[in-house]
Design a protein. Structure first.
Length: 318
């Protein structure tokens, strides 16, 4: 029998569930910050984890929440993993290296724990999280940096085999011997490697759109502070039509304008969480992120987090 770890908020007093969940997530995943969208209802969450050799599989059922890993958190971590989120129910959006990948049941995406990232779970979710040792997937011919935060389809081909094997392995681990579990983990690593090799070798219209989306996100990141940043300006800078720009985001759950606003909010959230910027006025943080005025920033920020910028800062800095 393989060992399992179970954590549930069921036995925790309602007012303590949110903080308890954040602490569990931080410890279990080796350093992660959590945000519960400012929701006031008692949090409900469950973690169940097992090992298949060097691979860690966790089933996570919880109310909507976000997690983020800063560059500092990544530096403090001893272990280097590539993590997969594969929803059974609900959705997840992974943001890393300027890219964003939104997945639902039938798809999965990959991210690197040695780099900063965010994962948004905007609705109650039931996810499978798979952690694979990075060193066992790193090959000279496999450009991992280009494959993180990309949606991997699980509806056909080797990626579907990988997804179904991840799910069935998790479900059968309690009845496996340690030797069988170790073999299952090695098989998972091989299937994920093959899926990524296939993804890296695809030269289709879809990957061309993804390449353009990468260029757009890079341009947005470099010019986020400019309040004049717009679809028209990006089209001119990248020498392409607005139609192509919008088409690059057609497969995602967000528009280009929505992406710009989300990145500005993310930059503001990072600044408000930063103890080194605790004395910086909220207005200065808003303007530095590219917002035109404080009232618009406050309205958008509250809709996104459920808190005013000042209240969010006070809560984040303890």
């Amino acid at each position: 029998m393989t060992a399992s770890q179970l954590l549930s908020t069921d036995e925790v007093p309602p007012r303590e569930r949110g903080p308890a969940w954040c602490e569990w997530v931080y410890r279990h995943f080796g350093g992660l910050g959590s945000d519960l969208y400012g929701d006031e209802v008692p949090f409900d969450g469950h973690l169940a984890a097992s090992r298949a050799g060097d691979v860690i599989l966790t089933r996570l059922e919880a109310n909507r929440h976000r997690v983020l890993r800063t560059a500092q958190m990544a530096r403090l971590s001893d272990a280097a993993y590539l993590k997969i989120v594969a929803p059974w129910q609900g959705s997840a959006e992974v943001v890393q290296k300027g890219r964003a990948a939104a997945v639902r049941s039938g798809g999965w995406t990959l991210y690197d724990t040695t780099l900063d990232y965010t994962v948004a779970n905007p609705e109650r979710s039931d996810h499978l999280i798979v952690m694979l040792p990075k060193e066992q997937l790193a090959l000279p011919s496999l450009p991992l940096a280009q494959l993180v935060a990309r949606r991997v389809g699980g509806t056909s081909g080797i990626s579907r085999v990988a997804l179904e094997t991840m799910r069935s392995t998790y479900q059968e681990l309690p009845s496996m011997s340690e030797a069988a579990a170790r073999g299952a983990g090695e098989l998972l690593i091989q299937l994920v490697r093959l899926s990524l090799m296939e993804l890296a070798g695809q030269h289709t219209q879809q990957t061309q759109r993804e390449a353009l989306a990468d260029r757009i996100r890079h341009h947005v990141a470099q010019n986020l502070h400019d309040p004049a940043l717009s679809v028209e300006g990006i089209a001119q800078a990248l020498r392409c039509s607005k139609r192509l720009l919008h088409g690059a985001f057609a497969d995602g759950e967000d528009t280009l304008a929505g992406h710009i606003q989300q990145q500005r909010l993310a930059a503001s959230i990072r600044a408000l969480r930063d103890p080194a910027r605790a004395a910086e006025p909220v207005t200065a943080i808003a303007l530095a992120a590219g917002f035109v005025n404080l009232s618009h920033f406050s309205r958008v920020f509250r809709a996104h987090t459920g808190l005013s910028p000042s209240d969010f800062r006070r809560q984040a800095l303890g």
